[in-house]
Write a protein that binds this ligand. Structure first.
Ligand code: MTE
Ligand code: CO
Length: 390
């Protein structure tokens, strides 16, 4: 007969004494046992935390929604602190009426709710030349997936009355970096949101409180935070973030620019270097996330032998346009080493490429838009490592 489990047969402290009351945490926090689930930076990546990035702990999350406190942050000039009463949004340039909105003015426009991923174009950028960072938090964690409440940008533009010559917009941030990007009018009129809520509550300061621009499916850099002004023009502005940055240098020295859409991509979040297998051979759950800036993810394939055999993963959870999708592959691990990969198919029929296939087209000078297949090598102990196979 097995030894009786003291956690079952003996009375434990949590059932002997009364617990904390309802007002212990007016704004609730995660369990203290989850303190390791946190955003993290890579100190050597940037010289200063004020113009830096930290990463979403994808390996600890499940489902498709990123909790607000775990959304990665990318600031070029630190977090702007703007009181709601001091907030203004200006629309100027090629419009019939130049307008300035207060936050209260914005609250009187019809609003919508949508779940979208935001991925920095530099996500996985450190992996171009070879596998480098040991964990999906660092290789793929410049992404979050949030339900936004916001006003269709189209409604604000209609209020201002865009002139027939208007072709481009320049959103500008109120932070010290004064970030700007040129956005074509067609996108603005299609699905951009001027958002003020994330996952039901006010935007977090790190995410642009009180108002940010949401540019579904397009690179995170365009999602201007602390949005203060939208200029309307007839040409792109060719500012820093669309010339020296966020362009892709090819092997022949030419550079691609205005590469706005984020290509279909996926990653296995568990097991992964920060989330080893701890339970030995037998039944196990492999899981990950996939997304595409061009639609939904109807299918993800998974291999555990480095691409010799592929298995169709089980998609679970809602499938929203330009949102993260969750996949699972439930199998019996034989305890032998594995080479894990996932491969996303998006609703346009596009299939996520291998690293070699992507490099064949793009060369090795790029930082941005690396959507290639990631490999984790798992050993007999269940320890996972970032590797590259060809
Ligand atoms: N907007 C402003 N005003 N200032 C910034 O530094 N960073 C951009 C974009 N919008 C930035 C900004 C970049 S490069 C990215 S990837 C996203 O915001 C990051 O959004 P997040 O901090 O919510 O993750
Ligand atoms: Co970015």
């Amino acid at each position: 007969k097995a030894q009786a489990d003291p956690l079952i047969v003996e009375k434990q402290p949590w059932s002997q004494f009364l617990g904390a009351g309802v007002d212990e945490a007016p704004y609730g926090m995660p369990s203290k046992f989850e303190a390791h689930v946190r955003r993290q930076d890579v100190p050597w990546l940037t010289a200063d935390p004020i113009s830096s990035v930290n990463f979403t702990p994808l390996h600890e999350l499940d489902g498709i929604i990123t909790p607000n406190g775990l959304c990665f942050e990318r600031h070029h000039g630190g977090v702007a602190e703007i009181a709601p009463q001091d907030y203004r949004l200006m629309i100027n340039g090629l419009v019939d009426r130049e307008l300035v909105f207060t936050l209260e003015d914005l609250m009187r426009f019809p609003r919508e709710n949508h779940v979208y991923f935001l991925e920095c174009a530099a996500n996985s950028g450190m992996e171009w030349a070879g596998s480098q960072l040991n964990g999906c938090q660092f290789t793929h964690g410049m992404i979050h997936n949030v339900m936004y409440t916001g006003i269709p940008l189209r409604l604000l533009l209609e209020e201002a009355g865009v002139k027939t010559t208007a072709e481009w917009l320049l959103p500008e941030g109120a932070d010290a970096s004064g970030m700007t990007r040129s956005i074509p009018m067609e996108k603005a009129m299609d699905d951009c949101l001027v958002a003020f809520k994330m996952n039901g509550e006010a935007l977090r300061p790190e995410q642009g409180y009180p108002v940010r621009l949401v540019v579904p499916g397009w690179e995170g850099n365009m999602w201007v935070k602390w949005l203060r002004r939208i200029e309307i023009g007839d040409q792109p502005w060719h500012h820093r973030e669309e010339t020296s940055k966020y362009t892709d240098l090819f092997a022949n020295g030419k550079a691609r620019r205005f590469t706005w859409e984020m290509d279909a991509k996926s990653v296995i979040t568990s097991p992964s270097p920060q989330k080893p297998i701890t339970h030995g051979p037998g039944p196990m759950v492999l899981t990950g996330v996939a997304w595409s800036g061009r639609g939904t993810i109807p299918r993800v394939d998974v291999t555990i032998d480095g691409g010799i055999n592929w298995h169709q993963a089980r998609m679970s959870g809602p499938s929203f346009d330009k949102s993260m999708h969750r996949f699972y592959y439930d199998f019996n691990w034989d305890g032998k080493p594995m080479l894990l990969q996932s491969r996303a198919h998006d609703s346009t029929g596009y299939v996520q490429p291998t690293k070699d296939a992507l490099r064949a087209v793009r060369g090795e000078n790029s930082i941005y838009h690396n959507n290639s297949i990631q490999t984790w090598a798992v050993n007999e102990q269940g320890v996972a490592e970032n590797v590259e196979i060809s």
